[in-house]
Each structure stands twice: as C-alpha cells, then as structure tokens.
Design a protein around this ligand. Structure first.
Ligand SMILES: [Zn+2]
Length: 125
C-alpha cells in the first residue's frame, strides 16, 4: 500500500488519506470507525462467500448427529423430525422407509431447493 513520508496512507474504503495509529504498526487499512466497520463487513462477506459450504456441512452434520444420539428415546427423535416451518413432508413414512438419517437429508435438500427458488426474482422467467 502507498505511503508518504509522514506515514500517511489512503483509506482502503473511502480513499482519503489518514494517519494510522502508531500502535497499529502499519496494519491499519481504514481511517475511522465507520470505514473500519465497513472493511470488517466486506471481509466477513467475502469469507462467508468462500466458506458457505462449511456452514451447510456443519448444519447437516449436527442434525444427523442429534438424530443418532437420541435414538433410544423415540419422542425426542420425533420432535427432531417435526419442523415448525415448511416444507411439510410425510416425515414418518420417509423415516420408516429409509431411516432417520436419510429423512433428515431429504428434508434438508427440499428446504435448500425451496430457499433457492424463493431467492430468485419472479416475473421475468
Ligand atoms: Zn475511510
């Protein structure tokens, strides 16, 4: 990054020149608190874009773990299968036919598809 002799540098968000805090030792990239917040937001956004499969794997893995951990207690696994939100699926039939793990995966996939189609703008297709 560009620097002048007095140690000033351009803010990576608003492009105005600022004097970094000496305690930051050259690591400061944004000028004020607002630009730092914006920089943090952008960094989080790009991190989330790169790593969103991590959360999806994590979520499904935890659901499956819960399902197998609560197997002896029938009621709690039933509660796991009952979803308060859509999709409404014949979870009992799916569970008895395939088992609890495939049932959870099926519901997860259906939810993903619904969310994908909802996110798309309608009217121009
Ligand atoms: Zn700035």
């Amino acid at each position: 990054m560009a620097k002048n002799l007095r140690g000033k540098r351009p803010c990576c968000i608003c492009r105005t020149w600022f004097l970094p805090d000496v305690r930051q030792k050259g690591r400061q990239k944004a000028c004020g608190i607002d630009c730092q917040k914006e920089l943090h937001r952008r960094q989080c956004e790009s991190w989330n874009k790169k790593n969103n499969s991590y959360f999806k794997n994590n979520y499904l893995g935890k659901k499956l773990e819960k399902a197998t951990a609560s197997k002896p207690v029938q009621n709690s696994s039933k509660a796991l299968l009952q979803s308060k939100t859509k999709p409404v699926l014949p979870m009992e039939i799916i569970t008895t036919e395939y088992g609890i793990k495939p049932a959870i995966i099926v519901r997860y996939l259906v939810t993903q598809i619904i969310n994908q189609t909802r996110a798309r703008p309608t009217g121009f297709t």
